[in-house]
Design a protein around this ligand. Structure first.
Ligand code: 13P
Ligand code: SF4
Length: 324
């Protein structure tokens, strides 16, 4: 972290980087009338400078409600794209345009179009972790925090395709008792958690509660005493009397958990191999430096064709109406 506000400068590939990045970003925020929205999986410095931190539903709502002229989205591409779909007149900046999502990538539009055509009577409920093209082919969008609630509102006789996350889909099936046609997509990060290592951790920490994101596989979810979106996990560990938690989601969320409950202990669930692959390689492409340059250069900017934007807006609005 940079510690002085003096005009010391560090040479970077793009030019001179102010040493006090936090102060420089605050100045740019005023100049641009910008708001910084950040997901819980962002690095701690980004979370600390953000105006709003949230899960994907909270971030979509914050993007829909903002009065700022510029939205700086510290998250992944589909999240920034959702902000643009909701705000065509605003500039939406993403610090690194390569910050994609393996789950969104697991559902290419052409193949999904054929899948949809093979199930003509089905309503399409898509998880927000998908591209604008997939949203445009969907009837309702959902997030991990409202997927169960949304499926429960659909008449029982209506057949449903659920895309692209098979793990969230299975979880929704279990919670609602509905039979969903699942697209076989998944998240590289949430599929990396090892059931065996979680069981060993539970034995070593008998007082600890395991909590998990519904993108994890059933074999991991079955060991969790609470399953929820990133925001729900954060709320749960503040409210639970437990003092120790094994956290099966991207460990970026632990920064907020430690801030909100400093006296509690949070143990990141270990991946299968001894790698850092429980960190989302896409989310972590964003850095404080790239966030500064994005604001300074007003780029990279999210752009969308108006046809796709309008088609993708309809199912997002349905989600917002159904999750009040
Ligand atoms: P949340 O909706 O819980 O924030 O999840 C987003 C995500 O990408 C999880 O991998
Ligand atoms: Fe996508 Fe998984 Fe990263 Fe979430 S954690 S943004 S689902 S790759």
């Amino acid at each position: 972290m940079f510690t002085t506000a003096l005009a010391q400068r560090v040479k970077t590939e793009q030019g001179n980087l102010p040493l006090d990045l936090f102060a420089a970003i605050e100045t740019l925020k005023k100049e641009l009338n910008a708001v910084i929205l950040a997901h819980y999986y962002q690095e701690p410095d980004i979370q600390d400078i953000a105006d709003f931190i949230g899960d994907s539903l909270q971030l979509a709502k914050a993007a829909a409600d903002t009065n700022a002229d510029v939205i700086v989205f510290a998250g992944v591409h589909f999240m920034a794209e959702t902000a643009k779909i909701l705000n065509p007149e605003k500039m939406v900046l993403l610090p690194d345009l390569n910050a994609g999502c393996s789950l969104a990538d697991s559902c290419p539009p052409e193949a999904f179009g054929a899948f949809k055509a093979a199930h003509p009577d089905h309503l399409v409920v898509s998880y927000i972790n998908c591209s604008a093209d997939i949203k445009a082919m969907s009837d309702i969008i959902c997030t991990s925090s409202n997927a169960v609630k949304i499926v429960q509102q659909i008449p029982k006789e209506q057949p449903i395709i659920f895309a692209p996350d098979r793990n969230l889909g299975r979880y929704v099936m279990e919670k609602t008792g509905r039979d969903l046609v699942l697209w076989e997509g998944s998240c590289v990060v949430h599929e990396t958690f090892s059931e065996k290592k979680i069981v060993h951790l539970k034995i070593a920490h008998p007082q600890a509660e395991a909590i998990a994101h519904p993108e994890c596989e059933t074999s991991v979810l079955r060991h969790a005493s609470f399953i929820g979106s990133t925001a729900a996990l954060l709320k749960y560990c503040q409210e639970s009397p437990s003092q120790e938690f094994i956290v099966a989601t991207e460990p970026g969320i632990i920064h907020q958990m430690q801030k909100k409950a400093p006296h509690k202990r949070f143990i990141p669930a270990p991946p299968l191999n001894n790698c850092a692959c429980n960190e989302c390689p896409f989310m972590r492409l964003n850095t404080l430096e790239k966030l500064y340059w994005a604001m300074k250069n007003r780029a990279p900017e999210i752009t969308l064709s108006e046809d796709i934007r309008l088609a993708a807006l309809r199912p997002i609005q349905r989600m917002l109406e159904m999750s009040v």
